[in-house]
Design a protein around this ligand. Structure first.
Ligand code: NI
Length: 492
């Protein structure tokens, strides 16, 4: 499939974090084989061993406590140099690290923002007061103090220990990053540690991503397409619809700053789902994309819905209507209000021949960039143009560019009674960089029961290819229904 090849599957990053385990032998055996990236400081010469941390990625080596330096505070020091030490731990974007932290899946090395985490075993006997952390790198320094006294500890919650607790984020340019941990006071169990973890948050170089649905981190700039490989749960790719969300909040994806930005293609053979945006996504620093999977409704009968956007067109739409009529196929047209005002007779022909009309707004603006009042005017303008031309209500809305968010979906439903209709198969018929053969092939190979196919009746080549496409789908056994009929079949 063209889209996936364009992404360059081989570029997908796999290693995504750098882990320093204090004890590297992987055994809970009391034998401390210290990491070369870990040292004691102050006048501390030794710590005592304790049980491992169960945080994700840890391999089971002992943890340590105390050190009992006498004239200066105990210190544990961890050192990581992103540009010379390769990532040594695989995380996938969205993988839970515990304590409400999630892996980014971004690949380390190079400049960028790194998140720093620490872990220790669950414990309630740390007696040295708060553990103070200081993260240092050239040009940036971060401090944080954490009560390590987990279960029963004040305000910590029982999940402290055995998870990755975020110490801070640091802007890395070059050289090493050091993490120094000191207690408030030297005691027998002044503080605890099992490991420290570093992960790049804003990847400046890599716009590809691999992993199950989860947050994806990009650098600043424009993003048009990216892919997600389903290496560990291929079934996901077969049974879900996918959408892409854009957010400034990595933790809470339920907030209204979510933005649905594009829809997917699925390449089952390569276990790859490719996403793209019809307009480039402008990613700001600390903005995140997340791939969201929603289960497909079980439609076992071979129905699909053809949809045509952006018309009516004075030349191409009538030709298309002839092609549909010859095959007794009914489709759904998401019309633009300004076009309806110019060609009301074509709209009336659509309706007379049994096609469904959907709302594609009045001016075809990106609704996510407009005020609520402007959105209502755009949607009402299209609705009213259809009513004026044909005295017919519009059944649903397809927001231009697929640009929508939760607030807009609610607005469409509450104000207009519209379900929001996107699509399952996008052949990019508008994009002349995609060959005619690829447009046909995408539709014929990707369309599945119960799916919605996106095309546009304002392009000559779309209309020229439509007989081959429709005949191909008919020969595959598909029957054609309108979007509303498809929703009914799906029990909506
Ligand atoms: Ni459109």
């Amino acid at each position: 499939m063209a889209v996936c090849m364009a992404l360059g599957v081989g570029n997908f990053a796999l290693h995504a974090a750098y882990l320093i385990e204090v004890d590297t032998d992987g055994l809970d055996d009391g034998n401390l084989l210290y990491s070369p990236d870990f040292t004691f400081g102050g006048d501390t010469t030794a710590a005592s061993q304790s049980s491992p941390s169960g945080a994700i990625g840890m391999t089971g080596g002992d943890s340590i406590y105390g050190g009992n330096g006498s004239s200066s505070l105990d210190t544990y020091v961890y050192t990581y140099t992103p540009d010379s030490q390769a990532d040594n731990l695989i995380f996938f974007g969205g993988e839970a690290l515990g304590d409400s932290n999630y892996a980014t899946g971004a690949t380390g090395g190079g400049a960028g923002t790194y998140a720093v985490y620490a872990t220790w075993p669950a414990t309630d006997n740390v007696s040295g007061g708060l553990a103070h952390y200081r993260i240092d790198t050239a040009g940036d320094s971060v401090t944080n103090s954490i009560d390590q006294n987990g279960p029963g500890g004040q305000g910590d919650g029982v999940y402290f220990g055995n998870v990755w607790v975020k110490i801070g984020e640091i802007e890395y340019t070059s050289g090493p990053i050091t993490v120094m941990q000191t207690p408030t006071a030297n005691t027998f169990i002044s503080m605890r540690s099992a490991g420290v973890l570093f992960e790049l948050m804003s990847d400046q170089s890599n716009q590809d991503y691999t992993g199950p649905p989860g947050p994806v981190i990009f650098g600043q700039g424009e993003v048009r397409s990216f892919g997600v490989a389903f290496e560990r749960n291929r079934a996901d790719a077969r049974t879900n619809h996918f959408s892409v969300l854009q957010s400034t909040n990595l933790i809470d994806w339920s907030t209204t700053d979510l933005k649905l930005v594009s829809i997917t293609d699925l390449d089952v053979e390569n276990e790859l789902v490719a996403f793209r945006s019809m307009t480039p996504l402008t990613m700001l620093d600390h903005q995140y994309l997340k791939v969201q999977a929603t289960p497909k409704m079980p439609v076992t009968v071979p129905y699909i819905a053809m949809t045509f956007d952006d018309g009516p067109h004075p030349i191409y739409t009538p030709i298309l209507l002839n092609i549909l009529e010859e095959r007794n196929i009914r489709a759904t047209f998401f019309v633009v209000g300004t076009q309806v005002l110019q060609y009301p007779q074509i709209l009336r022909r659509m309706i007379n021949e049994g096609h469904e009309i959907g709302n594609h707004t009045f001016n075809h603006y990106d609704l996510t960039t407009l005020s609520t009042e402007e959105v209502i005017a755009e949607v009402a303008g299209c609705r009213d143009s259809v009513v004026a031309a044909a005295t017919l209500p519009t059944a649903s809305i397809r927001p231009p560019y697929g640009a929508v968010n939760h607030a807009l979906r609610n607005l469409f439903l509450d104000e207009f009674g519209y379900p929001t209709i996107l699509w399952d198969v996008d052949p990019r018929d508008w994009d002349m960089a995609v060959s005619d053969a690829e447009v046909v092939d995408t539709i014929l190979t990707e369309s599945d029961h119960g799916e919605i196919i996106l095309t546009h009746d304002i392009h000559a080549r779309t209309i020229a290819l439509m007989p081959e496409i429709l005949d191909g789908l008919l020969s595959e056994g598909f029957s054609f229904v309108t979007v509303s009929e498809l929703l009914e079949l799906q029990g909506n």
